[in-house]
Write a protein of this length. Structure first.
Length: 129
């Protein structure tokens, strides 16, 4: 998603590095894909804070879009927490390796990321109209 916007930099990718496994592997935390969407939308709608009226509108648009993302994700997968979605403890390196070796991450986590990216593109298309 960042490649198609003005946010194309490795800084954005690094800013989300701690979202794997919730936040830093805490299974009760929000899924990293959902957290990443929150960061992306905040940056996507940023405007200079000196323009208070425009900043306020941008803030509310970002929040409304993120609410849509959360509700859509939750309806699709039944939860937004990493533990409920994946069922492993990402703070346990052995469990993470087993999860990776099993290939489940290809269907689960990759699917979550794909869902989020598609939702963000959908929101972008709606906003463009």
């Amino acid at each position: 998603m960042w490649e198609s916007s003005e946010l194309g930099s490795e800084d954005l990718l690094w800013s989300a590095t701690n979202f794997m496994g919730g936040i830093a592997g805490q299974r009760d935390a929000v899924c990293g894909a959902v957290s990443g969407a929150a960061v992306y939308l905040g940056l996507r709608h940023r405007v200079p804070l000196v323009d208070k009226e425009r900043a306020d509108k941008a803030r509310w648009l970002s929040r409304a879009q993120m609410s849509d993302v959360v509700l859509s994700f939750s309806r699709q997968y039944g939860s937004i927490t990493c533990g409920a979605l994946v069922g492993i403890d990402f703070s346990d390196p052995v469990a993470v390796q087993r999860y990776r070796d099993s290939g489940q991450w290809l269907t689960k986590c990759t699917g979550y990321v794909q869902f989020i990216i598609e939702k963000l593109y959908e929101l972008e298309a709606k906003q463009g109209t």
